[in-house]
Design a binder for this molecule. Sequence first.
Ligand SMILES: Cc1cc2nc3c(=O)[nH]c(=O)nc-3n(C[C@H](O)[C@H](O)[C@H](O)COP(=O)(O)O)c2cc1C
Length: 313
Amino acid sequence: MKRIPNTPIYCTANAVKSLKGQYQADWDFHVVKTGDSLPVGNGKELVFVEMAMIHWPDSMATYLTGDNILFSNDAFGQHYAASGLFNDEVDRSILLYEAMKYYANILSPLSDLIRRKLDEIAAMNLPIDVIATSHGILWRDNPAQIIEKYSQWCRAYRENQITIVYDTMWNGTRHLAEAIAEGILSADKDVVVKIYNISKSDQNDVLTEVFRSKAVLAGSPTHARGVLHSMAGFLYLVKDMKFKGKYAAAFGCHGWSGEGVGILNAMLDDAGFTRLGDGLKALWSPDDEARRKAFDFGAKFARDCAAAETAGA
Ligand SMILES: Cc1cc2nc3c(=O)[nH]c(=O)nc-3n(C[C@H](O)[C@H](O)[C@H](O)COP(=O)(O)O)c2cc1C
């Protein structure tokens, strides 16, 4: 804008505030609202659809008639750079994973808004040949596929997966995690089980796994009458995502006072999970007996999840 200061900017009223706030500049703003249009030549028009809080106050989608391109702003995007620009030019499974990761980490808390906005855009009945998101790969091969994914993701999404997230100082809590995973699989051979040490994993990848799970098991040893800060920080992040319809339980080792599991329970409740039971505690490094209890705890958790799902269905 320094080089082209007289170029008009068509944007929402909120975008004027954001741009003035960020750049302290008074440019040639033209405020537009949902349904407004702007002729751009050759009989084509830009049609605007405000998308406040998806995911910034100023967000807006723009539709180009004639070429049928939906410039979708943050929706349908990914934090992903590849050598190809369009979805038929990149690895499909990586692209879908990155799109889910973006949704899980950025858009999850806005799922109710997104559901209403998808309905609004569907009601406009626009032919869409390309979805050009503001970052990531553009969707031109069957762009409806990512709209369909969003309509699943914004409805308390979950797959048949249980994710175990833990941290440990001396590996005791890790051994509990592994025994719990075996127990789950002994009771339910179809469920996908994934285990992550949160201090050795990408937090945003693990958050994506939580998003796609029906249940989560959180583990930490007791440390200074609390839990390890890596788990506390991760559960704080999980809470912000406002996931819905997921089950949870806690586990961990301790040496004497053993507050860890109770603290994890409270954090899981606070993050909106439906907690199944009071969790599993083991003293010091788990011996064979403690590992067998962890196995049984995992098997019971898998059965309780299945029963709760049946009761809720
Ligand atoms: C720095 C430190 C602080 C600890 N603080 C507590 C505590 O406050 N209460 C308690 O019950 N155990 C405490 N423990 C004991 C651990 O919880 C216990 O050794 C546990 O088995 C460790 O589990 P891990 O093998 O998963 O790291 C502490 C251990 C360490 C190393």
